[in-house]
Design a protein around this ligand. Structure first.
Ligand code: COA
Length: 329
């Protein structure tokens, strides 16, 4: 029997493309305004990966290379790469394979994980188990999405919400508890409200699927909003209760960045002061699997050893969850 280890996030890095798409830019493409987008979502601008030769794996590689250079980890030491994404470069090979090849992780095992906006959280939980079980020592979990590749820029309800980006963390064994607990959920009966129906085995690409715009993300925003606002708060409350935490015990809430109103409602239910909520939605919009690691990367300098974090997400599937972790450095 192998020894069970504590697991912590030992480093984090984010990568976003340079090109900025502002609310004003969008108002020239669809019937919308900076005022509408800001008040309904909190988003001011998002990043777009414009170079047609670049894809999700390249953004993930950008984040991972930063992670490796700041930690001095040799790519050959990486045991496992889990890539959370709904915009893989292609259906196969997996994006994890492409990433491992590009970063020179010659000894790594890896796979993609599909859970939409909860992808990073699910992958983080999964990756941590490989370390707590004593199997591996260095696991990279990367959330990366090139949402601009599946967005219909004539659908004003959806196109204003999303952006491109990637964020990665290194997981390692630690002396003290880092990742403490997680509550993860799926409910496939919500699948119809947020989906991309073509390009898979049910609706392979055809002239029809292209004509019907089925290679784009479709969202029933109102229904998704209702579920997200309830479920993200429910699960955050559940994880706090079962770990005997009150709002004051939590140093940081790290919520998935889909809509500022969903984030505010979650923080309110958890009785967490807004000064302790990581929010960067105004800069990046919803980058799907990348939102949580991009928050951690933006706040890294403020995080102290022993800080208690609650990570929370909601996404297509439906998928949702919360994780309780203590920052170690
Ligand atoms: N600009 C201007 N008006 C817009 C608009 C836009 N970009 N998008 C929609 N509208 C209009 C609608 O057509 C509607 O007009 P109507 O009343 O004449 O029909 C009006 O604004 C209100 O639309 P509504 O859908 O009620 O807005 P909302 O307050 O629900 O906000 C979303 C829409 C998409 C921002 C919101 O539903 C949302 O954030 N949903 C969840 C998104 C999410 O979290 N997704 C990811 C989960 S991971």
């Amino acid at each position: 029997m192998m020894k069970a280890n504590h697991v912590s996030i030992s480093a984090v890095a984010g990568w976003v493309p340079n090109d900025v798409l502002t609310n004003y830019d969008l108002s020239k493409i669809v019937d919308t305004s900076d005022e509408w987008i800001t008040t309904r979502t909190g988003i001011k601008e998002r990043r777009i990966l414009k170079d047609p030769k670049l894809a999700t794996s390249d953004m993930a590689v950008g984040a991972i290379n930063k992670l490796l250079s700041k930690t001095g980890v040799d790519p050959n030491e990486i045991d496992l790469i889990i890539c959370a994404t709904v915009t893989p470069d292609m259906l196969f090979p997996s994006t994890a394979c492409l990433i491992a090849n590009k970063v020179g992780a010659k000894n790594a095992f890896g796979f993609d994980l599909s859970a939409a906006c909860s992808g990073f959280l699910f992958a983080l939980d999964c990756g941590s188990k490989y370390i707590s079980s004593g199997i591996y020592n260095k696991v990279i979990v990367v959330g990366a999405d090139k949402m601009s590749s599946i967005i219909d820029y004539s659908d004003r309800q959806t196109c204003v919400l999303f952006g491109d980006g990637a964020g990665a963390v290194l997981l390692e064994p630690s002396d003290q508890p880092g990742i403490q607990d997680s509550v993860l959920k799926i409910d496939g009966s919500g699948g119809d409200y947020l989906k991309m129906v073509a390009g898979g085995s049910l609706n392979p690409a055809s002239i029809e699927t292209i004509k019907n715009k089925q290679h784009y993300a479709y969202q029933d925003g109102k229904t998704v909003f209702k579920f997200a606002v309830t479920k993200m708060a429910d699960v955050s409350e559940e994880i706090m209760k079962r770990n005997h935490l009150c709002g004051e015990d939590v140093d940081w809430l790290v919520p998935h960045q889909a809509n500022l109103r969903i984030i505010d409602a979650t923080a309110k239910r958890m009785q967490i002061d807004s000064s302790k909520v990581m929010i960067n939605i105004q800069k990046y919009g919803n980058t799907t699997a990348a939102t949580i690691p991009l928050c951690l990367a933006d706040w890294e300098n403020k995080l102290k050893n022993g800080d208690n974090l609650i990570l929370a997400s909601f996404g297509g599937g439906f998928t949702w969850g919360a994780m309780y972790l203590t920052w170690r450095k």
